[in-house]
Design a protein around this ligand. Structure first.
Ligand SMILES: Nc1ncnc2c1ncn2[C@@H]1O[C@H](COP(=O)(O)OP(=O)(O)OP(=O)(O)O)[C@@H](O)[C@H]1O
Ligand SMILES: [Mg+2]
Length: 273
């Protein structure tokens, strides 16, 4: 099983949209996939999948309840009606309990990391080929936990110069300390002239293209010289919604971008389509 975490320095760069669509696409390519909402502070998988009915009908619990309580890993994995695709939600109401919030934000002597390892071990013993983790952004105890258990990390960024400082901080403070992990960079929300209805200012087009180049070079020549593999690009979707494009709009350019990305990913895992 490959454990793949989508991470970023900043919030709102597209980790959830990309991880949900990637996970479902891999499932449609006949891979057994489990997607985990690990944005414990601000869960968002419920915007893409009907969490209330899935939880109620399955009688399952949330990942948060597993991490802070003593239930078994199998009690949080929910089968969906998408073939090959299971998922794990994070709890929202439970965050109102101050004790839970503090357990989630503190170091906790590695107890949450131990629970996460227990969960991964369980998934490994099952039929899954991919465990996809939609992580919270930035450097927190919990995002570090997710990075530590990963085989591959997808560094998600947007093509704006203000990302560079944050990315370099992530690389030197966090990624460079992880051993045996593969890093991939994803540049998301690239503007495409043909996708917009008005004629853009040529100066803005030039700056946008330069930014893509600058971030690309910065990731390739990063401060700690960690090997970061191919930079994947996803264009900005006009009128984006929180949806599983690869199911609902298979012909959409974003769905096609996801398909190419998944094929590359399968190749890098030695698993062809
Ligand atoms: N390629 C894209 N084109 C257009 N909009 C996008 C694209 N990728 C993401 N978005 C939009 O940007 C917003 C943030 O995306 P998303 O929630 O996936 O980011 P995130 O990194 O998971 O954020 P957070 O760190 O807060 O969890 C959403 O409204 C999403 O639909
Ligand atoms: Mg998110």
């Amino acid at each position: 099983m490959e454990t793949i975490t989508f991470h970023s320095y900043r919030g709102g760069v597209g980790k959830t949209l990309l991880s949900v669509n990637t996970a479902v696409k891999l499932a449609t390519l006949d891979k057994k996939v489990c997607l985990v909402d690990f944005d414990l502070r601000a869960p968002s998988l419920q915007s893409y999948l009907p969490s209330d009915s899935l939880i109620e009908e399955s009688g399952k619990k949330t990942l948060t309840e597993f991490l802070v309580g003593d239930i078994e890993p199998e009690n949080v994995i929910i089968s969906t009606d998408i073939p090959n695709f299971d998922c794990v939600f994070s709890g929202i109401e439970i965050l109102q309990q101050p004790k839970v919030r503090s357990k989630l934000t503190q170091h906790g002597e590695g107890r949450i990391l131990a629970k996460l390892f227990e969960f991964i071990r369980y998934c490994n013993s099952q039929i899954y080929e991919f465990l996809i983790i939609d992580c919270m952004p930035g450097i927190t105890f919990r995002s570090l936990d997710a990075l530590v258990v990963s085989d591959k990390i997808m560094i998600v960024t947007r093509p704006v110069k203000s990302e560079i400082k944050g990315l370099n901080l992530l690389i030197s403070e966090c990624y460079s300390k992880l051993e045996g992990v593969e890093f991939f960079a994803i540049m998301n929300q690239i503007e495409h002239q043909e996708d917009i209805a008005f004629e853009p200012n040529p100066e803005d087009v030039k700056v946008a293209e330069e930014n893509v180049q600058i971030i690309w070079e910065n990731l390739s020549n990063n401060p700690k010289a960690i090997p970061i593999r191919p930079i994947y690009s996803f264009r900005r979707i006009p009128f984006v919604t929180e949806r599983i494009y690869v199911l609902k709009e298979k012909e959409h350019s974003f769905s096609q971008d996801i398909e190419k990305f998944c094929n590359n990913l399968l190749e890098s895992c030695g698993l062809m389509k």
